[in-house]
Write a new protein. Structure first.
Lengths: 320, 320
């Protein structure tokens, strides 16, 4: 079992790699090799199997050919130009998120080896005039280019799967919170920074009100779901293997109260409340009443309470 | 007002050109020039304004640049590799339907002139496990590559419109019936041939039962809707300018009865009833309980009865 993580240097890629290293198996078979591909050299992980790091530009088919070969059994396609970044740089977003995804799928088709492809989409595919709640049967109506590019990625994944070129499964990720490390260029970055910074004694700004709802998932649960996602039987996925990954909807106020319940009253005092005009139009397009019924039926899960998310951050990212 | 029809040599392109020639105006302004672009040299039309024919391969950006310039005000993007053809030739379908659409939109973006772009999508975007009826808020869940490619085209059109690069409006065409002339490579071809051939004394085969429902529109109504579609104010289209064009759902049996009502009992006797395995999997994925509410609110219309469709065929295509 040879596993490839494209975007292996990113937050989820690294946590997924460590989790696979801890398990040693995937889809009931021992992992023989893990390849971490990214635009920059990814940090390697300690594992009971070979771990290789490779640099790759997925917008270049020749570069994609250097990371996927006949022996690649499972591919995680996590690499993306995220929301605010894709909104600023229209060309780059399409180049990586659309052309890159197509190049990966085309490489699999050319090889004819029908690998499992786990694709991460985003709840940014939802938005606009479509009535809430958003179920797996709602129209995708993204209001930012990133969401459009992810919706196109889902369509491609579904078609390449239907045609038998890959064993695809796509999961629309909730906002991942609490993300450790530095902020990325997602408009949802504040959803982590308002917890991450205050829990470490630093100030952070919240650009929305306390009653703003959010559909979230911890990094730990996200990785668990990505592993379960790879292990699903194709037949159980039906004719549309892209779906929303489970998450939970809480308001910002409830989440801050959860932080206070776990870590005391001091962190919440470090939050400032100022609008950020540069992301306001993105936030306006967000819709958060999301029902991930199909993935839940398939056994994927959400966190129980945002208190868990705070504890998971402290355990996985601060204590470590 | 300079108008370009990409796919100007096709059935709808030619009828649209003739209708524009008859009107002389579009969006309240006199038409000064009409360009008919197609892969092969399109037949020209008599008009009170200049009509130019141009050959173009929309999968080649340089070729697209030869048909769209700063003076192009309205672009009809009708060219497509249709259902059964795109299903047979995977690469060619993506090349024309996805890359071609993107090339047209990119050319507009580069020019910065924000033309009106009328894009024809298809009801092939609907299908699979999504519950009927299909409204404008239903998930697009195509079960053939052609539908996937059209859904991607809609996504691109919506995004380029939102970004202000074009004034886009997309319409999912019902099955056009009765189509004159030779069959194209659409799996829905029988929906015209079972009327067109018998009305001219020729046999034709129907691969589905009498109770098979179909969402249809006459070529004449389709052209009327495409003209209204170009004339809509962008503000009335909302944040998702792709929608289903009005049509009507009748069963094959009802439609044949309508032919008999208009043309007597002889034509129906020329229909044979044999399954066609090569299109059976495409027909299985079709869903026909479709509600084109948004376009209807915007003033686009369907035929009143299939008897009209028979009469329109006889008037527009046989008597002429």
């Amino acid at each position: 079992m040879k596993v490839l993580i494209i975007g292996g240097g990113g937050l989820i890629g690294q946590k997924l790699a460590k989790s696979l290293a801890g398990r040693g198996t995937l889809r009931g078979q021992p992992i023989s090799e893990l390849v971490l591909a990214d635009v920059i050299d990814a940090t390697t992980v300690d594992a009971p199997f070979a771990v290789t790091t490779k640099t790759c530009d997925i917008s270049d088919p020749a570069s994609v050919a250097t990371i996927i070969d006949e022996s690649t059994d499972v591919i995680y396609l996590l690499a993306a130009v995220v929301s605010a970044h894709a909104e600023e740089d229209f060309d780059f977003g399409y180049k990586i998120n659309v052309d890159g995804t197509r190049n990966v799928l085309e490489r699999c088709r050319t090889l004819g080896t029908k690998p499992v492809v786990v694709f991460t989409s985003s709840i940014a595919v939802f938005g606009g005039e479509v009535p809430q709640p958003f179920t797996d049967d709602s129209a995708l109506n993204p209001q930012i280019s990133y969401g459009v590019q992810k919706a196109i990625g889902e369509m491609l994944l579904n078609d390449y799967t239907r045609k038998g070129f890959v064993q695809g499964r796509g999961f629309r990720l909730p906002t991942i919170s609490v993300r450790p490390g530095k902020p990325n260029r997602a408009a949802s970055g504040f959803m982590s920074s308002i917890f991450r910074e205050p829990l470490q004694g630093l100030p952070a700004n919240c650009p929305v009100d306390r009653d703003f709802p959010h559909f979230y998932l911890s990094p730990r649960k996200c990785v668990e779901n990505l592993i379960k996602g790879a292990e699903l039987d194709q037949a159980d996925l039906g004719p549309r293997p892209s779906m929303t990954m489970p998450g939970r909807v809480w308001t910002i106020g409830q989440m801050i109260d959860a932080m206070t319940a776990v870590a005391g009253p001091e962190p919440a005092k470090l939050i400032t409340w100022n609008p950020q005009p540069e992301i306001e139009h993105i936030l306006d397009g967000w819709r958060m009443d999301i029902r991930p019924e199909k993935a839940a039926k398939l056994g994927l899960t959400a966190d129980d309470s945002f208190e868990d998310n705070i504890r998971i951050f402290l355990e996985d990212d601060i204590d470590a």
